[in-house]
Design a protein. Structure first.
Length: 241
């Protein structure tokens, strides 16, 4: 239910006032497991939280803890009981990754280390909120030159006029490409973005934001394949000209 996520208010007869009962969204890291099995009404309850970092209950708007991060898993859309996420919600997820199957050696390790022990007991903290703040500050200092911004815009514009794409990447998606490129540069210990940073993250940031048309589906062209062709067609800038 949406109220389970954002919370609800009730009238306290003893205190003669309405009181707010927080939902699960009042946290730093929210995991939406099998999110495409939930109803569209429940999914839409996350929209304000993911965009504004606030929730509104009975006309009262409350800020969410900082940082607030949403991670979700999906079942294959061909599975029973699933439904596509609303376009507006898809656009609010910065990236979509497909984990696939583990490598042979990794799967052997998983089997070796699997036990009846409570999985939660095996989790160890690897970062604090302060660590995340420092990482965000480092990423914010990364320089993005105009040539890179124009490159991002050309890539996104190409999705909007492509003959196999019904709906292209939105401006929100273009902003996500820029931010992920900045994060990629920081990950590689650079304080400036290069075209390769954009190319490495473009498909993961944009594949879930576009909708292919009937022609693409008929020719069995996936979103990833179409975006890869766009990357190959758009010439990256030279930052040393």
């Amino acid at each position: 239910m949406p109220s389970d996520i954002i919370g609800y208010s009730f009238y306290n007869k003893q205190k003669e006032e309405f009181q707010y009962v927080p939902g699960v969204v009042q946290c730093n890291l929210l995991l939406g497991d099998e999110i495409n099995r939930t109803s569209s009404k429940t999914q839409s309850a996350l929209l304000e939280a993911m965009e504004e970092k606030t929730v509104t209950v009975d006309g009262n708007t409350m800020a969410l803890p900082d940082p607030f991060i949403v991670i979700a898993t999906q079942n294959p859309i061909t599975s029973g009981g699933t439904q596509p996420l609303p376009d507006s919600q898809c656009d609010r997820f910065m990236v979509r990754l497909s984990m696939g199957y583990p490598a042979f050696e990794d799967e052997v390790t998983i089997l070796r280390e699997n036990s009846d022990e409570d999985a939660m007991q095996q989790i160890h903290q690897i970062a604090t909120k302060e660590d995340l703040y420092r990482i965000k500050e480092q990423i914010a200092k990364v320089v993005v030159k105009d040539q890179i911004l124009e490159y991002i815009c050309r890539l996104c514009e190409a999705t909007r006029s492509h003959d196999e794409i019904e709906r292209g990447v939105s401006t929100r998606g273009a902003i996500a490409v820029k931010r992920m490129a900045m994060a990629n540069a920081a990950f590689h210990e650079r304080n400036y973005v290069i075209p390769k940073d954009v190319e490495e993250i473009f498909i993961d940031v944009c594949a879930h934001r576009i909708i292919c048309n009937a022609r693409a589906k008929l020719e069995e062209n996936s979103e990833q394949h179409i975006l890869q062709r766009i990357l190959e067609q758009i010439t990256p800038p030279s930052l040393f000209q």
